[in-house]
Design a protein around this ligand. Structure first.
Ligand code: ADP
Ligand code: MG
Length: 322
């Protein structure tokens, strides 16, 4: 089976947009000042608004892909960003332009790059930083899920930082595969990147908000160990690892990781979606509320202040909405 976003079969696509798509030439307003990223059908460039000096990320999305008109895919991505406008953990959409080949989304610029860089670097982030980033990711995901939106492509390449050093706040990007749940019928699709997708996607089973929580587990695993939990030598092996939930918790890489971190990840990387905690439930996991100095010291954990302990006890009860 091919892992791809398959056109024409998608439920949960949005089509109503508020942001006007301008056909004025962009060059008059913005100056391109670099390239930020590149995917199969998109190039993201750094650009500066000439009048103000303000920096944006311009995502150039090809209108035609494989000989097919993909305008609806682009307006869907815009509509999702608009629905998430009040979500502080999601990148903002400011304007849109249309050129001969592309629709260009002018997005809030996240200057710190991808958290992916912190997953593959020699020097991993301290756990206190990782828990802050995971907390913010969960806040963003929780708010998306409350609007019945699922991202479906959460991975370290799609979680950016507002600044690099010290690491700033996270911004979730790339809503090309996001879907609206709760319409008529179930959502089943084969999409995403094998390394990061949940078993239900590989098995063409119904997609729910729990699908995103699997990905949060993968991201947490990568940030604490610097390794991708399911990556095999080829796609076949990766598929097998995901569908058998074959995760290595014993290796050397985990020796410097707190037990609470392992507990958090273990609860998310479970095969049956209903058995995974929701984003709200995850947000009260004690790992995310440890004080920095307690992350590596089990002795100190015994004398945790009452507030911290009560957070731990709340693991099954969702926190108040932010
Ligand atoms: P694709 O659908 O091709 O994966 P993305 O929206 O994920 O497109 O963008 C590709 C890459 O471009 C991202 O992984 C990131 O490195 C960079 N990028 C995207 N949006 C921004 C942004 N708002 N600010 C800074 N960099 C960005
Ligand atoms: Mg992407």
């Amino acid at each position: 089976r091919r892992l791809d976003s398959r056109s024409g079969v998608s439920a949960g696509l949005l089509c109503e947009i508020q942001t006007p798509i301008s056909t004025e030439p962009m060059e008059g307003v913005y100056e391109i000042t670099g390239e930020l990223g590149r995917g199969k059908f998109a190039v993201v460039k750094r650009c500066t608004e000439k009048a103000t000096g303000k920096v944006f990320a311009a995502k150039f999305l090809r209108k035609r892909r494989r000989g097919r008109d993909c305008r609806t895919d682009v307006t869907h991505e815009m509509a999702v960003l608009e629905m998430a406008r009040n979500n502080a953990r999601v990148v903002n959409l400011y304007a849109a332009y249309e050129t001969d080949h592309d629709i260009v989304l002018l997005l809030e610029y996240a200057a710190g790059g991808e958290i992916f860089d912190h997953c593959v670097s020699e020097e991993l982030l301290p756990e206190s930083q990782i828990t802050r980033l995971i907390r913010q990711t969960l806040e963003g995901v929780h708010q998306l899920h409350q609007s019945n939106l699922v991202h479906l492509d959460l991975k370290p390449q799609n979680i950016l930082l507002t600044s690099l050093s010290p690491p700033g706040d996270i911004k979730i990007v790339d809503f090309g595969l996001a879907r609206r749940l709760g319409g008529i019928g179930e959502l089943r699709e084969i999409l995403g990147t094998p390394e990061y997708v949940a078993p239900e996607i590989l098995n063409y089973e119904p997609i729910t908000t729990a699908t995103d929580l699997w990905s949060v587990g993968v991201i947490a695993y990568m940030l604490v160990t610097g390794e991708s939990p399911f990556a095999g030598d080829d796609k076949q092996e990766t598929f097998l690892n995901v569908s058998q939930v074959s995760v290595d918790y014993s290796r050397e890489a985990f020796s410097r990781v707190s037990e609470l971190a392992v507990d958090f990840i273990r609860k998310l990387l479970v095969k049956v979606p209903e058995d995974r905690p929701s984003a709200a439930e995850c947000l009260s996991h004690p790992w995310l509320w440890q004080l920095p100095q307690l992350c590596l010291s089990p002795d100190a954990a015994a004398s945790r202040p009452a507030r911290e302990r009560s957070c731990g006890a709340k693991w099954t009860a969702p926190p108040e909405d932010p």
